[in-house]
Design a protein around this ligand. Structure first.
Ligand SMILES: *Cc1c(COP(=O)(O)O)cnc(C)c1O
Length: 434
């Protein structure tokens, strides 16, 4: 039988690091990456036939669980008619309609293929619409891997401990101003110093790529107020949170309740239901700056691909209120179990949680985690042993302490019990790490 090790050996000869996205290489947890060959409900099966309860969910898209029958049926129906035509297709508007029904200020939508492309396009749109150059981002927020957004990015960049990326020019980096998250004073200072030149502030709706870091009360509102005062746009990156935290994303429990809307949203992950689809959305007059109605160019051979649209439509149509209730409930159970088990084992930590998204930060109970410096200062060395103890017991966690854990509608009591009963041994491994 093929082993994970044999597959990884082959992959390393053919692909840099043996992977197509860095975090998959297990760099920060060590050991051999697991090659998955199938997903069903809350489970993944690897190339050696071992089954795991999955808490990665394809990094978020698998809101309904793997191989959801309604999603697979919709995809099969689309595939039977052809893989793509490079033309308009009825399901594009159907998906746009579903997005707008959940987030009314997403009046118009441009479909793209990845979250990276969505934020990149939103930035270009902001510069094109305002005629200004500077972008403000927060340290630890990840917005994909386009050049100007890699400065102090979280996610894989955080996992590898890189300040940014080689290959990003000084000129590109100098047009991105990076400040600490949740730092109201720094944000006010940036606008006092550069207000006339700022095209946009881009923020994760609630950061989850440096581990989960909730916005402090009023922080998103402050971004909204300052951008509005200075003629800059607010880009609310909901690539991870959109249609996951609530049916209307994180905006559904922040902007909607507080009475504000960003100028632009970016969506990804859940919107594609596991296929490559993402989107930029916002007010109609803003979105019409995009070609062909406006001068800001964006195009894509695969944008609005019918198979991807079919997966997205079926996912959103089946992401009912009960689905969100179920995921919220199960996330609470796992998060509570995780925190209690770590405490029992004497492992200092904070449980970082927003809605159904959560992560753990080790050795941070004294400081808390409100920004990237605090996230990076944690005892990250405890995560590798913790991760591998869970993996051995058949629970697949994100292979980095800086990533959130994802539940799905398919995580039933059996799956949750398997997670909970694996925790004590992992907590002990975390306690003994040194
Ligand atoms: C995943 C992610 C992206 C990038 O999306 P890709 O599809 O991986 O390019 C952008 N922003 C946030 C908040 C994300 O979580």
């Amino acid at each position: 039988m093929t082993t994970n090790q044999a597959l990884f050996d082959t992959a390393q000869r053919l692909m840099p690091g043996g992977v197509n996205s860095p975090v998959r290489a297990f760099g920060s947890v060590g050991g051999t990456p697991v090659s998955m060959v199938a997903g069903q409900g809350p489970y993944l099966t690897d190339a050696e036939g071992k089954q795991y309860v999955d808490l990665v969910g394809s990094w978020g898209p698998a809101l309904l669980g793997h191989s959801n029958p309604a999603v697979l049926e919709a995809v099969r129906a689309a595939v039977d008619k052809g893989l793509g035509f490079g033309t308009s297709h009825p399901l594009e508007a159907r998906l746009a309609e579903l997005v707008r029904s959940r987030v009314p200020s997403a009046q118009m939508i441009r479909m793209v293929s990845t979250g990276t492309e969505a934020t990149m396009t939103a930035i270009r749109l902001a510069r094109g619409a305002t005629g200004k150059n500077l972008i403000v981002k927060f340290a630890g927020c990840y917005h994909g891997h386009s050049d100007g957004l890699l400065a102090a990015a979280g996610s894989g960049v955080a996992t590898l401990g890189l300040p940014g990326s080689a290959g990003v020019t000084q000129a590109q980096a100098s047009e991105t101003i990076v400040i600490e998250y949740n730092d109201r004073q720094a944000l006010e200072q940036v606008f006092a110093d550069h207000g006339g030149n700022i095209a946009a502030v881009i923020t994760e709706a609630t950061p989850a790529n440096m581990g989960v870091v909730p916005p402090e009360p009023g922080f998103n509102q402050l971004i909204r107020d300052l951008t509005a005062q200075h003629g800059a746009l607010m880009i609310f990156d909901e690539v991870m949170t959109g249609f996951r935290i609530t049916e209307a994303g994180y905006w559904g429990i922040s902007g909607r309740a507080e009475g504000w809307t960003p100028d632009l949203f970016t969506f990804g992950k859940v919107i594609g239901g596991g296929m490559p689809a993402a989107a930029v959305a916002g007010r109609a007059e803003m979105m019409e700056h995009l070609a062909p109605t406006g001068p800001v160019y964006h195009a894509g051979t695969l944008s609005g691909n019918p198979v991807a649209m079919a997966a997205g439509v079926a996912t959103l149509e089946n992401a009912t209120a009960e689905v969100y209730e179920h995921i919220d409930l199960k996330a609470q159970v796992v998060a509570d179990g995780l925190s209690a088990t770590l405490s029992d084992a004497g492992v200092d930590h904070t449980l970082q949680k927003v809605g159904s998204l959560f992560s753990v930060a080790f050795g941070t109970s004294r400081t808390g985690v409100r920004d990237y410096s605090q996230a990076q200062a944690q005892e990250a060395f405890r995560y590798g042993p913790f991760f591998h103890a869970m993996l051995e017991q058949g629970v697949y966690l994100p292979p980095s302490v800086f990533e959130a854990w994802f539940l799905s509608a398919a995580h039933d009591d059996a799956a949750i019990d398997q997670i909970l009963s694996a925790l004590p041994r992992a907590a002990k491994a975390a306690a003994q790490a040194g």
